[in-house]
Design a protein around this ligand. Sequence first.
Ligand SMILES: [Zn+2]
Ligand SMILES: [Zn+2]
Length: 318
Amino acid sequence: MMATFPRNNALNPTGDGNGYSCVSCNTNLSNPITRVGFSLIAYFLDIHTWKRIMDSPSLASVRLRMIRVDNHSHIIHATIHEMVAAAKANNLTEYSITEHVSQFTELRNSAGFGSVHDKGRMFESLNEYTAEFGKIDRESQEMRINRGLEVDYSPRYEVKVGDFVNQEDWDILLCSIHEFEDGKDIERTGREIVDRLVAYARWYDYFRLEQMALESDFVPFNVLSHPVRMSRAVKLVPPEIDDLLIDLATTARRRNRALELNGNDIDYAPGLVRKLALACSKASCRVSLGSDAHYPKDVFQNMDVAMDLVHEFKLQSL
Ligand SMILES: [Zn+2]
Ligand SMILES: [Zn+2]
């Protein structure tokens, strides 16, 4: 005897222990052949549903399967040994050391950077910097290590910095906006701003500079780093921030450059980094994952969050 069920209950237990029957077609299923047919469909549907559940991986297992990369770090406060050891401890497949161009004495003295580190190691030459990479011990060789630079962009010294960087070929070059056109530090100016329109004007200036950097060939850079860094100083963002980010990602895509999901930015502006990831997905722009570590404890910082964003928005990463 079949149990009857109300319409629109797609799958219901039959009550007789024979699996599930489809009863949405309002039939009493007295024919045994029909009954077997419906039971099979229900059975396969059920297997399909079950399989889908089993195939949808947890974020933890997604993270385990993803390649672990950190494309942004520094060696001015810790040695290259200490930073590489931290990268190794984090099981990285690829690790990039990308020192600021402003940490090179020659350029610091001639470019007049508006934003520099007050403390930390200075390099006398590119040779001195390159020699550091020769000190990396052999057991770290299974991890790919990129010799790179973080290159400041500003129209004021674009040519000078370009000439310095382009003396050599690099594994990776990051490009950063650290100052406004007048030389004011983007992370240290504007904290006092309370007027919305003044704050928005700062953001327009900042995005305009980022757009200019993306359009520039002053160095063959791969990544625009920390694209929402200015939020460290100016918390009030324009109402059309999503559109500004999509415009940026569209330019980056056209110029074949990635936008960075930066570990520091994730710390103090996780919502903005999420918006950035969404913009990259809409514009089909690649992203680059970089912790921006200056100390061993910060290597790969917040990259689990960045990896989750890559997975969630199906982003392509470097
Ligand atoms: Zn930077
Ligand atoms: Zn950096």
